[in-house]
Ligand binder design. Structure first.
Ligand code: I3P
Length: 120
C-alpha cells in the first residue's frame, strides 16, 4: 500500500517521548510486507512512486532509502478513541514499547492502514 500519513512519536521504550519528538511530521508511506517505509520529501516520493510504476525506469523498491523504517510484524495498529484532538488517528504499538500516532487522510484510509498493518 502507498499513501500519505502524518506521524508523531508518543512513547519510546514505554516512556513519553521528548518534546522534540512529539510534533507531527508528514510522510509519503509505503507498506511492503511488514516494512513500513516513511519518506519525508513529498515531491521526491511522488516522483519515485511514478517511477516504480513505469517499466522504462529501473527504480525498484529496494533502491529507495526511507527516512524511517518500522517493522510491523509484531506491532499492532488500533483506533485510539482516547485521542480526540485530530480525526483519523490510529496508534501503532511496537514490541519494545514504542508507540506512534498516525493520522490518515480520511476514515476509509485509516481503516485500510490499520487492516493492512495488522495483517502484513
Ligand atoms: C507538540 C505539537 C504537537 C502536540 C504535542 C506538542 O509541540 O504541538 O502537535 O501533539 O503535544 O508537544 P511541538 O510542535 O513544539 O513539538 P498533539 O497535536 O497530539 O496535541 P503532546 O506533547 O501532548 O503530545
Amino acid at each position: 500500500k502507498v499513501g500519505k500519513l502524518s506521524r508523531k512519536v508518543d512513547l519510546l521504550e514505554g516512556k513519553k517521548a521528548g518534546v522534540m519528538m512529539r510534533s507531527w511530521n508528514h510522510y509519503g508511506v509505503i507498506l511492503s510486507g511488514s516494512q513500513l517505509m516513511l519518506f519525508k520529501d513529498d515531491d521526491w516520493f511522488d516522483s519515485k512512486i511514478a517511477d516504480l510504476k513505469d517499466p522504462s525506469k529501473s527504480t525498484t523498491l529496494s533502491t529507495l532509502k526511507p527516512d524511517v523504517l518500522l517493522m510491523t510484524s509484531e506491532s499492532v495498529a488500533l483506533y485510539d478513541n482516547s485521542y480526540t484532538k485530530y480525526k483519523y488517528v490510529f496508534r501503532l504499538t511496537c514490541p519494545k514499547g514504542n508507540q506512534y500516532l498516525f493520522q490518515a487522510e480520511n476514515e476509509d484510509e485509516m481503516n485500510d492502514w490499520i487492516t493492512k498493518i495488522n495483517y502484513a
